[in-house]
Write a protein that binds this ligand. Structure first.
Ligand code: ATP
Length: 565
């Protein structure tokens, strides 16, 4: 399949969903209106071209009445042109933001649904920086698709209209003298424009071809650089404590060096392109006059005829070389389409990736794992086990570091897709019936209220419940600050973050609570206080913990050890 065909297919696949969505028909109508506006502007351009002929002929003939009459006509045409151009600009922007809003929501929805973002990260195939693809690439895609498709249509209309104009004006200019012999070529100016444009397109295509790959690389390198900057910002404290400024500086400079090299490669290619294009652009000014010179000086055509023909020639030639003139924009557009397509492919794979564990929502009240063989993303076996977690029986899971305890929790949570085996999930464990608290709590940026209620919506939980939970976990000072906004992940201490996460358990009261070293950052006294609290406040909740401390044993009914004893 040719590259152009593949590109068109990818473009189609990215464009179609919006027009097939609810409100898609309306969007299609809106786009049709924009196309209509472009046609109107081309029509005004044609009229201006004829105006040009009359005006310059009037000048040549020193006809003052016609001169003033044509000034009025020009003011009317120019006024209309300006009004339609502004209208087209505003409506194009409105259309653009509506389309981008829809696409962005669509991508965010798919990325966050069914843990696709996590699965994509696990396999990490062909998707650098999904954040950049959703933020930047979608913006560029909509912007370029709209701008280029509208200019394509507008150029096609210009080409057709002005080709007629040029053809009809060529009536008096169709004799070519070659080696002393005269040849009659109907539509001479039109053919000259065609051949000239074909030549430009071909030459610029040869020079500009590598720009597609270079632009693709550019987006990736810029995103990698930004990602590293964000990581330094987010881990600024740890970097400072390690005294890692020097190391970070070197790494960031190294990353930027890749951006710089790619930039220079683009400039090197582009400078040839710009030079050749500028040469063609300058030469084209003279071409129509060279063709018509003999007819003008021979008195066969008036000045107005010549200036109109030159204008029409430029319009036709400009429309013909649309592809060539917009080569860089097309290259960038192709790169964006390619990046979004590969993102979408990996997203689709992640969506289709089912957990390899035959999970059955059993009618029973226990979690039953039979012949679980858990593997790593590269297929290597990690852990084989069988067990039953009975409702009401608190279990402490232990094992050496790296034995697969957290991964077992991931399997139980249904987010780990590698391995095989059977897993029966109790009916009451679905949805809000189960809460997993990881070792490193995640706290969204925003109000403290939203942080404690997470993942429930803050509005769904009464403030008193949130305050009580914070006081219970030993954070009474925060209880009065529910409205405070902050980057809590960075400002609270490790132990405070874990307590905040346990407050979520008190708020949500799940039937099953899985704690993955969720108290590891606290001192033993605080840890024991919180386990006692959970027992008191959540008497109906079965707690399954991962932990290393022997002081946790009294809070569990049995210990389940993974791997070697
Ligand atoms: N996304 C991943 N890709 C590759 N390997 C992974 C991934 N996640 C976990 N592993 C590997 O699987 C093994 C088990 O990891 P896991 O986090 O389950 O161990 P753990 O028993 O909880 O360890 P610890 O007690 O240190 O927290 C480790 O060797 C880890 O490197």
């Amino acid at each position: 399949m040719s590259k152009a065909w593949i590109f068109l297919k990818q473009l189609w696949a990215l464009t179609l969903p919006y027009f097939k969505s609810r409100g898609g028909l309306w969007a299609l109508g809106f786009f049709g209106f924009l196309v209509g506006l472009s046609f109107v502007i081309v029509e005004i351009n044609v009229r201006l071209s004829y105006w040009n002929n009359r005006f310059f002929t009037a000048l040549q003939e020193k006809n003052q009445d016609t001169f003033w009459a044509e000034i009025v006509v020009f003011a009317q045409l120019a006024g209309l042109w300006i009004a339609f151009a502004v209208l087209r600009y505003v409506l194009t922007q409105v259309f653009e933001i509506r389309w981008r809003t829809w696409l962005t929501n669509h991508f965010i929805e798919r990325w966050t649904r069914a843990n696709a973002a996590y699965k994509m990260q696990l396999t990490h195939r062909g998707t650098d920086n999904p954040d950049q693809r959703i933020a930047d690439d979608l913006r560029l895609f909509v912007d370029k698709t709209l701008a280029l498709s509208l200019s394509f249509i507008s150029n096609a209309a210009t080409l057709v209209s002005f080709s007629f104009v040029l053809w009809s004006l060529s009536g008096q200019v169709q004799t070519v003298t070659l080696f002393g012999a005269d040849y009659v070529v109907p539509g001479l100016l039109f053919w000259v424009a065609l051949v000239y444009s074909a030549l430009i397109t071909w030459v610029l295509h040869l020079i500009g071809r590598p720009l597609v790959r270079l632009n693709f690389e550019r987006e990736r390198r810029e995103a990698d650089f930004r990602f590293d900057l964000v990581r330094v910002r987010e881990n600024a404290e740890a970097v400072a404590l390690y005294g890692g400024g020097e190391a970070e500086r070197e790494r960031l400079s190294g990353r930027f060096e890749e951006v710089r090299r790619n930039f220079m490669a683009i400039v090197n290619r582009q400078k040839v392109l710009v030079g050749v294009q500028a040469t063609f652009d300058q030469a084209v000014i003279l071409v129509p006059y060279l063709v018509m010179g003999a007819a003008y000086f021979g008195g066969r055509i008036p000045l107005g005829h010549m200036t109109q023909s030159a204008g029409a020639f430029n319009s036709v030639q400009g429309a013909f070389s649309w592809f060539a003139n917009l080569y860089t924009a097309l290259a960038e557009w192709a790169a964006v389409v390619q990046r979004l397509t590969s993102f979408l492919q990996v997203l689709k794979q992640a969506e289709a990736q089912q957990s390899a564990f035959a999970a059955t929502p059993a009618g029973g009240s226990d979690w039953v794992a039979s012949d679980l063989d858990i593997a790593l993303p590269d297929g290597r076996p990690l852990l084989s086990t069988d067990f039953t977690l009975k409702e009401g029986e608190h279990v402490l899971i232990t094992g050496v570091s790296g034995s697969g305890k957290s991964t077992l929790f991931r399997v139980l949570a249904g987010i780990w897709p590698f391995g095989e085996g059977g897993l029966a999930i109790p009916a009451g464990a679905a949805g809000k019936g189960t809460l997993f608290l990881p070792q490193r709590p995640y706290v969204p940026v925003g109000t403290l209220r939203a942080a404690v209620a997470y993942p429930a919506k803050a509005a769904e939980v009464h403030d008193d419940v949130l305050r009580q939970a914070l006081a219970d976990v030993g954070l009474p000072a925060l209880a009065g600050r529910l409205d405070d906004e902050g980057h809590w992940q960075n400002t609270l201490s490790g132990g405070e973050l874990q307590r905040l996460a346990l407050a979520r358990a008190l708020v949500q009261q799940p039937r099953w609570l899985f704690l993955d070293e969720a108290t590891s950052a606290m001192d033993e006294a605080m840890e024991q206080r919180l386990y006692t609290l959970i027992r008191e406040r959540l008497p109906q909740t079965t707690v399954i913990s991962i932990g290393h401390r022997s002081s946790l044993r009294p809070f569990h009914d049995r210990e389940f050890r993974l791997g070697p004893a």
